[in-house]
Design a protein around this ligand. Sequence first.
Ligand code: GLN
Ligand code: ZN
Length: 766
Amino acid sequence: MQTHLLGYPRIGSDRELKKACEQYWAGKIEADELLEIGKNIALHNWKIQQEAGIDLIPCNDFSYYDQVLDMTLTVGAIPERYQEIASEKSEIDLYFAMARGYQNDGLDITAMEMTKWFDTNYHYIVPEFQKNQEFSLFSNKIIQEFINSKQTGINAKPVIIGLLTYLLLGKEKEEDFDKLDLAQKLVPVYIDILKELENHGAEYIQFDEPFLALDLNEKTKETYQLIYTEIRKQFPNLKFIIATYFEGLKDNLSLATSLPVDVLHIDLVRSPEQLDEVLHIIPHNLSLSLGVVDGRNIWKNDYKKSLSFIEKAVQKIGSERVFVAPSCSLLHSPFDLDSEKNEEILSPEIKQWMAFAKQKVQEIVTLKKLASENPDYSILQELAENRKIIESRKTSTLIHNQNVKNLVNSTTGQHAQRKSPFKIRKKSQQEILQLPLFPTTTIGSFPQTKEVRNWRSKFRKGELNSEQYDTLLKQETERTIRWQEKIGIDVLVHGEFERNDMVEYFGEQLAGFAFTQNGWVQSYGSRCVKPPVIFGDVYRSNPMTVYWSEYAQSLTKKWVKGMLTGPVTILQWSFVRNDQPRSLTCKQIALAIRDEVNDLEKAGIRIIQIDEPAIREGLPLRKSDWQNYLKWAVEAFRISASGVEDATQIHTHMCYSEFNDIIQNIADMDADVITIECSRSQMELLNAFADFKYPNEIGPGVYDIHSPRVPSKEEMLKLLKKAQAVIPAQQLWVNPDCGLKTRHWDETEKALIAMVKASKEASEEF
Ligand code: GLN
Ligand code: ZN
C-alpha cells in the first residue's frame, strides 16, 4: 500500500507567495527574489510530506499564479496579443501579463479570462484556442520542478493537467471548430514533456482528469481512449495515475477503468458509493487510489469510516494495488491548524474536530499504518482517540440545539409561501411605495474607502472604542443618504460601511459559526479567502442589521432598502459541516435570515434585499443533480423571504446572470424585484428573462461596476431602451451591475448622476 497526495497548498504557511507576488508586481523586489521564495515554498511543502512519511510526493503542484496558466505556458498556447511581450520580456513577466493584463510601455493588453475551477471557489485562467492553434513545448517548469525535487532527494511525482481536461477547460476563440480536434496536435507536446521527465528519472506521473467525473459526450469519451492509448504506446515503463475528483465516475466508469494507465484515483468523499462499482469491474492490472480524506473541507477524518473503504479495496485487489490519498488536491484546504493559537477566536473544543492540509498529510500516513497487518500500539491508540473525537462531535451541545432542530422540523410549505401571488402583492406595494416608472436604486455597498477600512482595523485593535467607531460609521452613512437624496435616487441604501464581507458579517452574528485566524485558501492568483466555518446548528439570537437600516431610514423620507445576504450564498462561501446534508444547514440559515427579514419589516423597512449571488455557482457538476439542488436552494430563499406582508417588497440580487437553463427556478424564487448583471453582455443576458416572459420586476444592471470607467448617460439610456424592447417598462428598474464597494467616490458620483438622468429621460420619452 502506498500513500500519496494529489497536490499541496502553495500560498505558503504565512501567505509568503501572495506577499512576494504583490511586491514583485509593485516593483519592490526583483524576479530572482520572487523565484527564490517560490522555490522555497515548494521545498518546504516537500519536506512536510517527506517527514510525515508520504510515499509519493507531488511536484509541479506549485504555481506562481495558477496551474492551468502554467500548462498554457508549458504547451505554448500563448494568445496572439501577447506576442510582443513574449519576444521581449522574461517568461515570468509574460506569465503575469497573461494572468493580469499588461498596461505599460505604451502597450495595453487585456488579461486572459478567469473562471471557477469546477465547483470550488478557486479560479483558473481560461486557455484560449484558435482554429489553427499550434502547440510546442514553451516553458520547462514541469521539468525544472522535477529536477528541483530530485536535488532534495525526492523522486517526486509530477502532477500534470491531463490533456483532455486541459482542452476541455479552454475556450474556442473562433467559430466553426471543436477544441477536441486539437487533441492530436497536443499529443506531441505531452510526449516531449514525458520524455524529458523519463530521462531525468521520473517513475510516476499524475494526470489530473476531473472531467472523467462529469457529463461527457461520445466524442469526448472516444478521444479519451485514443489519446491515452497513444501516450501509453510511447511510454511502456512510466507509471501513469489518472486523478478524478469532485464527483463520481458514474456513466464514465467503464471508460475510466479501461484507460491504459496504472492507477485510477477516485473521490470517495464526494461519491463513496462508487467504490463498490469500481471494485466490481476493475481490471487486474489497474491499481486504485482511494480519496478518503476530504480535501475540500476542514474536518478531521473519521478513521473508522476510511478504514472500511481501504479494507474493502484491499480484500478485493490486495494491498499492493491500493493507494491512500486525500479526495483531491489540498489546494482547497488551509495550511496548518497549528497556527490557530488564539483560543478566543477558535475554541479548543471546535479546533479538536478540525484538520488543515498539514494535519491531513498526517491522517493519510496514519490510515496506512492502521490498515497494515499489525499496527503497533501507539497507532491503535490514535484510532481510539479519533473515535472519541468523532463521537464527541456527534453529541456536543456546542453543535446540537434542540430548538433549532424542532424549528426546522416544524417548517412547512407555508413558510415558503408569500401571502398572495405577485400580481396582488405588486398592487399593495405600489400603493405604499409610490415609486415612479424606471425607479433607480443601487445594489447595496458604497465605496469602502481607505478611511472606512482603517476605522474598522483600529476598532478591532482597540484603538477606537465602539462609540467612536459607531459615530464614524454613522457619519459616513448619513453622508451617503444625503448624497443619494441630492442626486435623486428613488430607493436608497445605507451603504454597508459596517461590513467587512457580506458573509463574514452575518456569520459573526449567527450561532453555529466559527472563524479562523490563518485559515486562508487561494481564490485566484495572490488572492486568498478565509471562509467561516459552520460547525453547528445555526440560529440568530439578536437582530443583525436592524440597527443600521433603522438609523438610515430615520434620516430620510425616501425608502431605504434593507440589505441581507441570502442562505444559499452564506452556505456556499463557508466551510460547512459534514455531519448533515447541505440542504439542512441551508434551511437553518434560511430560518435565521427569515427572523431578520421579519424584524426589519417590524422596524418599518418596507423594501428588503436578500442577495443570492452564489445560487448559480452552487449548481452540482452533474446535470442530473441540478433539480434536486435547485429545489432546496430556491426553497431556502423563499423561506427567508416569505414571512412578510404583501406590501413589503423583497428584492434579490445575483451577479452572474447566465440563467437560460435555470430561468424557471429563478422565477420560482418569486422575489418581487431581481437585480442582475447585464451591462457587459449589452443586455443579452436579459433575453432569458424576456423569452420566459418573467413576470416579476427586474433591474438589469446598466453599467459595469468592475471597471473604474465612468459610463455616459447616453450609453445607459441605450441599454435601458434595449431592455425596454424585451421587457415591459412597468417591470423595469434602473441600477448598476453590483455593489460599489470597490469603486472610488468620484467615479461613483459621476456614474450614478448619469444613471439617474438616463432613468428620467427614459420615463419622459415613454
Ligand atoms: N449587497 C452587496 C453589495 O452591494 C452585494 C454584493 C454581491 O452581489 N457580490 O456589496
Ligand atoms: Zn453582485
